[in-house]
Ligand binder design. Structure first.
Ligand code: ADP
Length: 264
């Protein structure tokens, strides 16, 4: 529905030019739409916790809250909402920096399996707490040229989701394999609630959540996978998702590998 479309009246050079112009105009209009939508989402996401903070603090200030105990409860709620805003602002800034390529990535040769193992160690307490088992099958020979912190962030975002959306007693399986001479594949699958097929194409879009109200209350910003997608893109990799509702979700990442040994 863009307004600049020109009618194509011939098949010659002018006609082809008009066609190319229309394609370009449409792409610009779509980008414009996405920006407007993003801005609307950001203001909504910020306004919600902000209005809670304002409301709860007003209740305290106006003396509506009678006991010390309930005052404590309100202060806790204010703190929770402020923390959510903090996470949101942090993720927004991070995404903007990644998309604007403001800080170049610090790419160095890394033993991929080592990065994965180091990151997973931090999850042991959460896995135990939720009674989720973790199994791995990692090829130790795979070397990637990558930014350590950013790759750690990718694994963190995906494993964090896997834990969050998998009920107690479930399993998370992580596999790292070489797929051809130049690329490796990291597969992270869970036995969680899964994602409806029709929603899969939207995964990785900013603020896309399958279940808006619930996931927001569970603390996610809705930007984790958008950040993940951008980091993978900056490493010349690919990211895609497979899922079956009620059965589980699989996240697949493909990255170029380096040939040869790591320097000690
Ligand atoms: P959030 O902060 O909401 O987790 P993400 O960008 O990390 O944001 O994920 C976007 C949405 O994708 C989530 O809200 C959730 O609905 C869905 N999702 C992501 N990972 C999984 C998973 N492993 N199982 C089920 N749903 C998932």
């Amino acid at each position: 529905d863009y307004k600049t479309e020109i009618p194509i009246c011939s098949n010659d050079e002018v006609g082809r030019l008009a066609k190319a112009f229309n394609i370009m105009a449409k792409a610009i209009a779509e980008e414009d739409m996405r920006k407007k939508e993003f801005l609307a989402n950001v203001s909504h996401e910020l306004r919600t916790p902000l209005s809670y903070v304002k409301g709860y603090s007003e209740a305290i200030l106006e003396g509506v809250v009678q006991t010390k105990q309930s005052e404590q409860k309100y202060v806790k709620l204010i703190h929770r909402e402020a923390s959510r805003m903090e996470r949101l602002v942090h993720d927004l800034l991070d995404l903007a920096q990644l998309e604007g390529e403001i800080y170049p990535l610090q790419k160095i040769p890394l033993a991929f399996s080592q990065v994965i193992e180091d990151t997973l160690e931090k999850y042991e307490p959460f896995l135990q707490e939720k009674n989720i088992s973790l199994t791995t099958e990692l090829n130790p020979e795979i070397i990637i040229e990558a930014d350590y912190d950013r790759i750690e962030q990718v694994i963190h975002n995906i494993v964090d989701n896997a834990i969050r959306y998998t009920p107690a007693g479930g399993n998370i399986h992580i596999q790292l394999e070489q797929i051809n001479e130049h690329d490796c594949r990291l597969i992270i699958s869970d036995t969680g609630k899964g994602i409806p097929k029709e929603k899969l194409p939207f995964l990785g879009e900013r603020f896309f959540r399958v279940d808006k109200a619930r996931t927001r209350s569970e603390g996610g910003t809705g930007l984790g996978l958008a950040i993940t997608k951008q980091i993978i893109h900056l490493h010349r990799g690919r990211l895609h998702f497979k899922s079956e509702e009620g059965k589980g979700t699989t996240v697949v990442i493909e990255l170029p590998t380096l040939n040869g040994e790591l320097e000690e």
